[in-house]
Design a protein around this ligand. Structure first.
Ligand code: GLN
Length: 275
């Protein structure tokens, strides 16, 4: 079987052309441009068999990122495994907002203190540290397996982040931050969308119930862990902005606002702690 035949077979079983190319390039250790230049090359039998197996997994709904082990987020190559949510471009909205605050309202902090709650692969913490190296960045996750992935990413990227195991603010007793960021689980238990995400960790996707319990828990503790003028920024579902804004206002936050993601959905809501 040639490169071109293998790609055609993958598309015939329903894979996108791009996914078919990325999986074969991953197995061969070659970029997509190489595949195009070598489309008549015959694949070794074991490569063809391994490709067939990967294509079957992709056709069964496993995220491409788990099959190739890497996903780019905010320009950083992050290693991922089924222990962590695959980083989404939507979450870059949260990173951009944090970077704007660090360059604006929080610019007077020489070493701003920042924490990413439920860090998963480390995406948010690492992206902010990469773009704003002066920040002292902490990251928390309940899952030891996720923390191992995040620590691996921090080490490979040479980004210093202080990792803690535990539930939300629990490992941060007595600490106050300038910026608290989180992409917590927020999908409602009954949301039919969850079925399509069955390969990702349920812990990262849904807190059960109406999907807002993790956000409620974070909002309830946040002001005790923010310096006066510090900000809490939360990612949430497309239909949760008003509920999250109401929770922030009820907890006494000022300047409550919402940002839209690249698809135009209200995706992040945040506010400033009056202290
Ligand atoms: N954005 C993800 C999705 O809907 C969910 C992430 C999350 O629950 N934090 O696919």
């Amino acid at each position: 079987m040639t490169v071109a035949q293998a790609l055609a077979a993958a598309q015939a079983r329903g894979l996108d052309r791009l996914d078919a190319q990325l999986l074969l390039g991953h197995l061969l250790g070659q970029p997509r441009a190489w595949l195009i230049a070598h489309d008549g090359d015959v694949l070794p039998a074991e490569t063809a068999a391994a490709y067939d197996a990967l294509c079957a997994r992709r056709a069964g709904g496993e995220p491409l990122a788990y099959l190739v082990g890497v996903r780019e987020f905010h320009g950083l190559p992050l290693q991922v495994s089924p222990a962590v949510l695959v980083p989404r471009p939507d979450t870059e909205t949260l990173v951009e907002w944090a970077l704007e605050l660090l360059a604006g309202e929080l610019a007077d902090c020489t070493e701003p203190q920042l924490v990413d709650l439920g860090t998963g692969s480390g995406a948010i913490a690492l992206a902010v540290k990469h773009r704003h190296p002066a920040a002292a960045v902490s990251a928390v996750d309940l899952s030891e397996a996720a923390l191992a992935v995040a620590q691996g990413n921090a080490g490979r990227l040479g980004l210093a982040v202080d990792f803690h195991a535990g539930t939300w603010f629990a490992p941060l007793a007595g600490r106050r931050f300038d910026l608290v960021l989180s992409n917590p689980p927020y999908i409602a238990e009954a949301d039919p969308h969850l079925a399509a995400l069955q390969h990702e960790p349920a812990l990262a996707l849904t807190p059960g119930g109406d999907g807002l319990d993790a956000i409620r828990a974070i909002v309830a503790e946040a002001r005790a862990h923010l310096r006066p003028g510090g900000w809490l920024l939360l990612e949430h579902g497309w239909d949760q902005a008003e509920a999250v804004a109401a929770l922030l206002r009820a907890a006494g936050f000022d300047a409550v606002g919402t940002r839209r993601d690249l698809a135009g959905q209200p995706r992040c809501t945040g506010g400033r702690s009056p202290g």
